[in-house]
Design a protein around this ligand. Structure first.
Ligand code: FE2
Length: 370
């Protein structure tokens, strides 16, 4: 299933947060993930605590500092707030892809090394991404236990009975960068990991009457990894990308899109669990009903009730919806996506989506004129 460089697909995403225990509870309760692993003082980790959560192929780790000596996490959250510290790609051979990446300009974050305990070995390495993020290469073929060495079954009894949200795995991960940085980061992927530029949204493609952005999508050889990169483009008012960079104090991961096979069921469950989504006006569905080309299996009344967005491309359609920022700062959010043939990112929805984001930006006082 892997490509020439040995890329298999997404593995885990790790967030640095203020309180891992409480955030793990949120992922379990709101997103329907299962708490599968724990690392903390009881397992020999003195200054940090991590919870490993999983649902189907979706693997999320949340980590926080429990001692002032844990500078790595504390300095990250002091600057950025809760956010994605690293995301990872499962590969056939860590040394091979790392050497290729470094020979082609990747910045070293961690050289290939082994993590071992009596149950097995994990191989990993990492390269730098954006200002303060890492892209990890991991091979776990020789580690049959929970997640990584150091993790045990959760000690706390916080397993929650909750409705199945049907989340399957990661579809794509999006980065936000500064003006004039998008091409540089797109090239970072194309050069170091043989990615190709799949879509290039230019000036005029994405915008509202107030603000605009540029976006390039790079993907791995067999499309297992898809990574859109956004940069702000000049407009009358501050764009959502500028707001992100100001509030995050730098560049980083903006959103992660999670696949589902039944978005109506997923969004219904997530809403019942208290997840907040961007609002979509009813006029969007009036326009959708009038589109003769839309032809979808789902009932538009269900989409309207749950405010799910729909877009058609030549090969098929997709359904999607975006959460509000999940933390305290208006930075990181999730997208829930169901693909029915379409390989794009919902270009037809950008206008409605960005107008919804701007309504929230206005409430936060972050939509001033440039
Ligand atoms: Fe997306």
């Amino acid at each position: 299933m892997s490509d020439k460089l040995g890329i298999r697909g997404y593995d885990f995403v790790e967030f640095y947060v203020g309180s891992a225990k409480m955030v793990a509870y949120w992922y379990a309760r709101a997103m329907g993930l299962e708490i599968k692993g724990y690392m903390g003082p009881e397992t020999g980790s003195r200054d940090r605590i991590s919870y490993y959560l999983q649902k189907n192929e979706l693997k999320i780790v949340v980590s926080s500092a429990v001692q002032p000596s844990c500078h790595e996490i504390l300095s990250f959250i002091n600057k950025h707030g809760d956010g994605v510290k690293r995301w990872s790609i499962e590969v056939d051979d860590v040394d091979k892809i790392f050497s290729h990446a470094i020979a082609n300009g990747a910045v070293i974050s961690k050289r290939p090394h082994k993590l071992e305990d009596e149950r097995g070995t994990i191989e990993q390495a990492a390269i730098r991404l954006y200002d303060d993020t890492e892209l990890v290469y991991v091979n776990r073929d020789s580690y049959p236990h929970i997640f990584y060495p150091g993790y045990e079954k959760p000690i706390q009894e916080i397993q929650l009975a909750c409705e199945d949200t049907g989340l399957m795995g990661i579809d794509h991960i999006v980065g936000n960068v500064r003006e004039n940085e998008m091409d540089k980061w797109a090239e970072y992927f194309t050069k170091t990991m043989n990615f190709e530029t799949f879509i290039d949204f230019k000036k005029g493609d994405i915008g509202t009457k107030y603000s605009a952005l540029l976006s390039k999508v790079v993907r791995s050889e067999k499309s297992a990894i898809k990574n859109p990169i956004n940069e702000p483009f000049e407009g009358a008012k501050k764009s959502q990308i500028e707001e992100y960079i100001e509030q995050y104090h730098g560049t980083g991961v903006q959103h992660i899109a999670i696949r589902t096979k039944d978005i109506v069921k997923s969004i219904r469950a997530l809403r019942r669990n208290g997840m907040e989504f961007l609002s979509v006006p009813d006029t969007y569905y009036d326009a959708l009903r009038e589109r003769k080309d839309i032809r979808i299996k789902e009932n538009i009344d269900d989409l309207q009730e749950l405010k799910i967005l729909c877009d058609r491309e030549s090969e098929g359609y997709l359904l999607q919806l975006f959460t509000k920022p999940i933390g305290d700062r208006p930075t990181f959010f999730f997208e829930i996506i169901q693909r029915a043939g379409a390989q794009g990112f919902g270009k037809g929805n950008f206008q409605a989506l960005f107008e919804a984001i701007e309504m929230d930006q206005e409430l936060r006082g972050n939509l001033e004129y440039n």
